[in-house]
Structures are given as C-alpha cells and as structure tokens.
Design a binder for this molecule. Structure first.
Ligand code: THG
Length: 367
C-alpha cells in the first residue's frame, strides 16, 4: 500500500479505513476522492457481483443538495428530464447537459421533499455549476455538499442481506425509490440502486464519523451469504450496457448518442439548460451512436479506455471508448461511439496499440 495523505484535494470516504482493512489493492480518483477499485482478486470480485453479494465503498458518489423554496425549479433547470411528476421518495436518472447539449454528468436525482433534493453525482463539480446558475438566475436555494456517503450492496443476494439488517420493508422498494431509516442509531437513507445490473441497494450514510461501524454491520450480516468487498466492475457494467459519462463520452457527446435519449424530455420549460440544443439535435438526428464491439480472439486483454480508432475500409468511422475481458462471454468487449451509417451486424477494424484487431458491431446491452 502506498501512504495516502488526505487533503482538501484528495479526500477519503468514511469507509476508507474499512476498505484498507479489507485489503484494498487498487484505487482510482473520483470527485477528488479515493475510490477503491480492487481487493486483489478481480475474478472473485466479479463473480461475487454476478452470483452473490458484494460490498462497495462508493462514498465518492457525492451529493449536491438543493435546499430552499426554489429547489425544485433549480433541479428542473439543471436536468433535461421532466421532473414534474417525480414523487417524494423517488429517484430518477437524469442527464445534465451544457448549453450545447453535451452531457457532462448523469446523476440520480433523489427528491426528498418539495424543497429538498440531492443529485447523486458522477465525476465532476456539479456544485460549482449549480451555484453559478443560482447566482445568475437569482434563485432562492442553497446548494451544498452535505455529509452523505453511499455504500453499495450489489448482487442477487444483496436484498436478503439488507432485509436481514433493516427489515422486510426494503423488499418493497421500487427501482430508485428510497426511504430514510437508521440502524444502531446511525442515520441512513436506503435506495434500491447501484452501478450494476445485478440488483441491489445503496445505503447513504448521513454521519461521516460512523463509516466503519456501518460497514461492519453489513459485513457481519452478509457472512451467511458469502459477502466480500468489491467495487464497480468494468466487466459487469460493460456487459450490462451501463454508460460511464466522462469515460464513454467526450466534450461533444449528447445524450442521444449514448442511448440516454429516453431520459431526455424535450417538453421541459425553455429555461432548462441545453434544451434548445437538445431539441435541435433531436430534430436533425444524432450523427453518432453507441454500439457494442465483440473483438476477435479469446485471450484476455488489459482494460482499455484510450478511445482507439475504429476503421471501416481504412477510414476512421468512430472510436472504441472502453474495452474489457468479459468472463461470461469469453471475449474482449467494448463500446463503439461511431457514425450512424455503421450498424449492428457490421465488421470493423480497431487500431489497437497491440496491432489491428477485427471486431463485430452488436446492439447493447450484450447481456
Ligand atoms: N449510484 C448513486 N450515485 C451515482 C451512481 C450510482 N452517481 C454517479 C453514477 N452512479 C451516476 N450514473 C449512473 C448511471 C446509470 C445508472 C445509475 C447511475 C443506472 N442506470 C440504469 C440503466 O441505465 O439501465 C437504469 C436507469 C433507468 O432505467 O432509469 O442504474 O450508481 N447513488
């Protein structure tokens, strides 16, 4: 382990000590925080998500809190998705776009009440953006980053673990719905969510001094189910077709290009950020789209995120935005962000660092 010296520029989550105690061997940076990415056995960590239950320190998923009379108005200005029917206790996946219609964050919005919302953000400073909008538009709302840190339990056995700790009411929660609760006096919010398609919950810790205690409660309850530490897994999320905004997108990517069109509402008020550009793009039709790539060969390749060129008849037609070995498909798979002329069923060549590689275009998700 390297030594880490937390500062304002490199923060740790309340679960960091637990991650270290569990044997964390690799980490990444997300929202200027350390995000554990492996505990030394990626294969076992993957299968735990697919077949069992995996416990993740995802405290890096920070909350941008909107509080005050104009909280709902600000949420709708920021998010290009109709929120008018969003209920208290409901979460929604929302693209955040700039004035050009570029999607630069894709939070889950949690509506606590008419004057209290959280955006559970991906990796960049939505806080800065939201504050600028508040000042520019003269809104009556306070934007802050509260002491809230999610921990995820993912996999087919996650529900049994969470129910054994909190009660059977959690089984009734619908996707992205949430409820406030507490366990051993620790305040939490419980949501059916998580960055995998294997099912599960996120437990939002609302007292950063209690991270180790909360981690251990779920770790102990998970023992009969074979719980173990893990992290958002590139192989699982790629097989499942989940988008990583900032990873699979660039400074020109709009939501329609990356299968997020169903989360955009064109009939939101005209003061919603990016909506004029999104309406224009929707009427003209996007120029690129996102497809899956199945690469030739059956030797696992290292993870790739370098936007390698995709060639068709010797010409660049798009980019491979990620690449990972799929244990279930026994192939290297990735996403193409590619001109709409190229369709599923087509064959392309990827200009890999290791040399050219043939690949087949398929619809997403893979599984
Ligand atoms: N949980 C929480 N916060 C987060 C994430 C999370 N913040 C950062 C990041 N992840 C945000 N991005 C996503 C991306 C996809 C999904 C959730 C958060 C997701 N999508 C499903 C899909 O695309 O199939 C379902 C979307 C739907 O049908 O509404 O789950 O994971 N707290």
């Amino acid at each position: 382990m390297v030594a880490v010296f937390p500062t304002a520029r490199l923060r740790t989550s309340p679960f960091y000590d637990s991650a270290v105690a569990e044997g964390m061997t690799a980490a990444s940076i997300y929202n200027r925080m350390i995000m554990p990415t492996s505990y030394g056995d990626p294969e076992a960590e993957y299968w735990r998500i697919i077949e069992g239950v995996s416990q993740w320190d995802v405290g890096v998923e920070r909350q941008v809190q909107l509080k005050g009379r104009d909280a709902g108005r600000l949420a709708q200005i920021l998010a290009a998705r109709d929120l008018s029917r969003c209920k208290h206790g409901q979460g929604k996946y929302v693209p955040i776009c700039n004035h050009r219609g570029t999607v630069f964050n894709d939070p889950i919005l949690l509506k606590h009440s008419d004057d209290l919302y959280w955006f559970s953000i991906a990796d960049n400073d939505l806080w800065l953006w939201a504050n600028a909008i508040v000042a520019e538009r003269g809104l009556d709302v306070e934007v802050s980053e509260p002491d809230v840190s999610p921990m995820a339990l993912q996999g087919p056995k996650a529900e049994d673990v969470v129910a054994s700790v909190l009660g059977d009411w959690v089984r009734e929660l619908k996707y992205f719905w949430f409820r406030d609760s507490e366990i051993e006096g620790i305040p939490i919010t419980v949501q059916r969510s998580g960055w995998s398609k294997q099912g599960g919950f996120e437990i939002y810790l609302k007292d950063g001094t209690k991270g180790t205690q909360l981690w251990n409660i779920f770790k102990e309850a998970g023992q009969p189910y074979g719980i173990g530490p893990g992290a958002p897994a590139t192989a699982e999320r790629t097989e499942s077709g989940l988008v990583s905004v900032g990873g699979d997108t660039d400074a020109d990517t709009n939501p329609f290009e990356v299968r997020m069109g169903s989360y955009v509402s064109l009939d939101v008020p005209d003061d919603t950020l990016g909506i004029a550009a999104l309406r224009r793009i929707a009427s003209e039709g996007p120029k690129r789209h996102q497809l899956g790539l199945i690469l030739e060969g059956s030797t696992p390749e290292p993870l790739g995120f370098s936007w390698e060129d995709i060639r068709v008849n010797g010409k660049t037609a798009g980019h491979m935005t990620n690449c990972v070995w799929s244990p279930r498909m026994k192939a290297n798979i990735g996403y193409a962000l590619i001109g709409v002329e190229q369709q599923a069923g087509g064959t392309v060549e990827i200009d890999r660092k290791s040399g050219p590689c043939a690949a087949r275009l398929v619809e997403l998700p893979f599984l």
